[in-house]
Design a protein around this ligand. Structure first.
Ligand SMILES: [Zn+2]
Length: 470
């Protein structure tokens, strides 16, 4: 009998609001100076009152509209009670019974709920004697998303997390960089032999990259099966992921909701979500950018391959550049395909060299280059050579090519002089060709390309050479 793994994900994403979740402090959890952005509210001084951040709620609702979630008519914040040095109130303001969103779907994975809460402060244990706490992150808005337990393998979980990151970035609500802790994934994993019945679930934390998400899930599925096969019992617990040892390890036994003694925060009024004008579906729709799936469809319709589409939409700069290109009337058919091709290969490799910025490339010039290629006025080698010259240039590729004599010569009269020269200069090679050595022709074509600085149309050069040597 085989085991069926079941995985549900919990993802926290730091929202990029101007200020923190319940106070006016600047939202900058990466500030290097400790405790630069703190106030009595996020330090939990007695008598202070939290005020919910409208921008944070709006971001969650925008996300909800993008994934087709149901917005709660009524929502409230709860206190999640626990003691830890990084949680100064001894409770976290979170949401329990009435989250902002329920349902929805992303990359085929059904969502359970999405709620809003505040991030904790950061403990530092490596700064000399004792431990220190930096409260810059305390109170930063966190969106928590919970999926249904409908994932059955590590790869699907990883793909979901990647798509979520792309969506959060597209919506502009979070940078969602996992290495920087802006997006944190936890996986609930169980295995079971019995259809329709879940095994004991184990929660795995500290997953700081997509690679860790996939590796930890694969490890944990394997570990649980081995435990059961050896006649053991899987313990319900929270486990961490050790990236270096490539294994999960026991952290603590899992708390249950009962342990946290959730109750509605008496300091925060209930939120009548749908009747608040800033949160109306129409207002949100006005703020909705083009979503990844819409872009995929549009770019595929332009003739780009799915690999090219994924490269473009996951690269914000390239995506923005391509979006500008496609607004031009000429960017259809062959030109759109050429543009997709050059952007995802030659342009991106120039950007990766670190010496070029896409903002220095004029989309009009780039499209002119694509048009010259498509019309056979430039051959692809010359186009590749010209491309770097377009960055920061006020002169278009046609003018540059004309000035340097790089336009592809398809003019018979102009090429005939070159052909005559080659035949005269390379008598020995011509003789070899005439004696039946086919490779000699390629050498002569190469000479022609050299003489015209790569500007000749090679097919035409070959044809004319053959004719001249008959
Ligand atoms: Zn504050």
């Amino acid at each position: 009998m085989t085991y069926t793994p079941t995985i549900g994900l919990e993802v926290h994403a730091e929202l990029k609001t101007m200020s923190k979740m319940f106070c006016g402090c600047k939202n900058d959890p990466h500030e290097g100076e400790a405790n630069a952005y703190i106030c009595p509210v996020c330090l939990a001084h007695p008598g202070t009152l939290p005020v919910p951040n409208e921008q944070a709620i709006e971001m969650v609702l925008l996300f909800g509209q993008a994934v087709g979630a149901t917005v709660a008519e009524y929502s409230e914040f709860d206190r999640k009670n626990y003691f830890y040095p990084d949680i100064p109130k001894a409770y976290q303001i979170s949401q329990y019974a009435y989250p902002f969103l329920s349902g929805g779907e992303l990359k085929g994975v059904a969502l359970t709920r999405v709620h809003l809460e505040e991030d904790t402060a950061r403990s530092q244990h490596d700064k000399g004697e004792g431990s220190l706490v930096d409260f810059n992150r305390a109170g930063v808005p966190l969106m928590e998303l919970v999926t249904e337990p409908v994932i059955h393998d590590a790869k699907t979980a990883g793909d979901f997390a990647r798509e979520l990151q792309l969506l959060l970035r597209t919506l502009g609500v979070s940078d969602a960089n996992m290495e920087r802790g802006e997006m944190r994934v936890e996986a609930n994993i169980s295995v079971s032999k019995e259809a329709g019945k879940f095994g004991t679930k184990v929660e795995v934390k500290n997953l700081n990259s997509f690679k860790s998400v996939e590796a930890a899930i694969a490890f944990e599925i394997d570990r649980q099966i081995k435990v059961l096969e050896n006649g053991g019992v899987v313990t319900q617990e929270t486990r961490g992921w050790d990236e270096n040892k490539n294994k999960t390890f026991t952290q603590r036994s899992k708390e249950t909701a009962k342990d946290y003694r959730y109750f509605p925060d008496p300091d925060i009024p209930k939120i009548q979500t749908t009747s608040h004008s800033a949160f109306s579906a129409v207002r949100l729709a006005e703020k909705m950018p083009k979503l990844p799936n819409e872009k995929r469809l549009d770019y595929r319709n332009l003739g780009l391959t799915s690999e090219q589409v994924e490269v473009i939409i996951s690269h914000p700069e390239a995506d923005q550049f391509f979006a500008t290109l496609v607004t031009a009337d000429v960017c259809t058919g062959d030109i759109a395909r050429l543009a997709g091709n050059y952007l995802t290969s030659d342009v991106l490799s120039l950007l990766q060299s670190g010496e070029y910025n896409l903002s220095d490339l004029d989309p009009v010039h780039f499209l002119e280059l694509m048009t010259l290629l498509q019309e056979n006025k430039l051959n692809s080698r010359v186009a590749k050579d010209l491309l770097p010259n377009l960055f920061g240039s006020s002169i278009g590729p046609l003018t540059i090519a004309e000035d340097r004599g790089l336009l592809q010569v398809s003019d018979i009269a102009a090429l005939q002089t070159t052909i005559d020269e080659i035949v005269a200069e390379q008598a020995a090679i011509v003789a070899e060709y005439k004696a039946g050595k086919e490779a000699a022709l390629q050498f002569l074509v190469g000479q022609g390309m050299k003489k015209t600085k790569g500007a000749a149309n090679p097919a035409m050069l070959k044809e004319m050479l053959e004719k001249a040597m008959k």
